[in-house]
Design a protein around this ligand. Structure first.
Ligand code: ZN
Ligand code: ZN
Length: 444
């Protein structure tokens, strides 16, 4: 490895590449091995700080404690060398890592904790199972039924998995429950205090691993959310304060150091490969999938596309005359030939993405008619597409949309809890209550 590292790769007389090794990521057992560290139940098993585990009820627990004493680069190197020479355990080090001579960023800063294993398949999965098993048997059946009824856009790829079948659950499935379904469903069964405590963890995770909604404050808010969650953990759960929970306390620091690269982990590879493997029907969106999964940089993802002209393919025209929509022609067009002019469609492909409407009956259980849209590119609203309309005379196309107007703030539900002030901003960005109305949106 060192050999390859020192060798520049020569492409031509004027061009040669040098390999830079930026960071290391992996699940906990893999990191423990490559970093030559004590196991996840050892006393000083955190790679980033000197937290000392405590033995509670037959389990090693890592309780929240401030200030955190961080491992710095020099101490890290010194302690690992000492462990190597004397063949002893020095604050968790069992020896010198093979990576220490090749990494361009010294340890421990080069360690990226893997979000897929630590959050989704780690603590989130454990929390969801723990809460689920605290319910009565009939409540568990109801919860699984709620999850079954939840629908998603057809490109979403996965349904919500029943918690009773969590044995082989995939990280994306845990993510869908955690991000979207857990709060609205668990709120029917959990005490408001425990629900608000869970909301701390959900908002923390969505802030760091979803689209940025609070801009530069992301780190500060995420840190506070998690510290409250960690500090009060014992009030709601027993024996779950393991290394995996503790590692979350370092996510904000990693986010500061590595930016959106923090998300790279093993998530991209595992999920993308899994998706391609099971993609029997083919997809047209590989480019989007790759950028989506790899999350290289959210800025790339969020950049508005230069092309403003929209490419529309009209699919599935409705042949019979739909009298109930005729008033729309009167509103939108001056011509007299409604029969030649006015066309209804069930589906449109807009800029290569397919959209269904509510009159498209073959949409099955997918939800590809629910959209976020804007008239001015500044204020966004949500709604479901009733149908698509095309006018021959004016050569214009429209979507008729059932608007879902925000009726009430979701955070109001948490007003009585001690976390209300912390939760208010992120919760209202992620969860909304609707009220319906009908509008027309011109597509081009
Ligand atoms: Zn630590
Ligand atoms: Zn007309």
């Amino acid at each position: 490895m060192t050999f390859f590292y020192r060798l520049a790769i020569t492409i031509s007389e004027v061009l040669s590449y040098k390999l830079k090794i930026f960071a290391i990521t992996g699940d906990c057992p893999a990191l423990k091995l490559v970093l030559k560290f004590t196991s996840h139940v050892g006393y000083y098993c955190c790679w980033l700080c000197y937290i000392r585990g405590r033995h509670v009820g037959g389990k090693r627990q890592y309780e929240f404690k401030l200030p955190m004493i961080m491992r710095d680069r020099d101490a890290y190197e010194e302690e690992s060398r000492l462990a190597e020479q004397k063949q002893i355990n020095v604050y968790g080090h069992l020896g010198l890592s093979v990576l220490s001579s090749v990494l361009d960023i010294p340890l421990p800063d080069a360690i990226i904790i893997d979000y897929l294993h630590v959050t989704l398949l780690g603590h989130a999965k454990a929390l969801i199972l723990n809460i689920f098993h605290s319910f009565a048997p009939n409540e568990r059946l109801e919860v699984d039924n709620w999850f079954k009824m939840q629908i998603f856009p057809h490109y979403f790829n996965r349904k919500i998995k029943p918690i009773s079948k969590f044995g082989f659950v995939k990280a994306t499935e845990v993510k869908n429950i955690l991000f979207y379904a857990a709060l609205p469903v668990f709120q029917l069964y959990l005490s408001i205090e425990q629900l608000s405590h869970l909301a701390l963890f959900i908002c923390f995770t969505r802030l760091l691993h979803g689209q940025s909604i609070v801009g530069l404050e992301t780190n500060k808010i995420a840190k506070e959310l998690f510290e409250h969650f960690y500090r009060d953990h014992n009030e709601y759960y027993e024996g779950l304060q393991n290394l995996v929970l503790h590692l979350h306390v370092h996510f904000v620091y990693m986010y500061n150091n590595h930016g959106a690269l923090t998300n790279i982990g093993c998530f991209g590879q595992e999920d993308l490969i899994g998706y391609i493997g099971s993609n029997h029907h083919g997809t047209r969106y590989y480019g989007e999938l790759i950028t989506y999964y790899y999350n290289i940089d959210f800025a790339l993802h969020m950049k508005p596309t230069a092309a403003t002209t929209k490419k529309i393919e009209k699919l599935d025209p409705v042949n019979d005359t739909h009298d109930e929509y005729k008033y729309l022609h009167v509103e939108l067009c001056d011509c007299e030939q409604i029969h030649q002019c006015f066309r209804l469609y069930r589906r449109f492909i807009i800029n290569d993405r397919i959209f269904h409407s509510l009159i498209y009956k073959k949409r099955g259980k997918s939800n590809s008619y629910f959209i976020q849209y804007s008239f001015d590119q500044r204020h966004y609203q949500f709604g479901s597409i009733q149908c698509f309309i095309s006018l021959q005379s004016t050569e214009k196309s429209y979507a008729l949309i059932n608007v879902h107007r925000v009726q009430q703030k979701y955070s109001d539900y948490f007003k009585s809890t001690k976390y209300y002030d912390l939760l208010k901003k992120p919760l209202d960005n992620y969860f909304l209550f609707w009220k319906n109305a009908l509008v027309k949106k011109q597509l081009y």
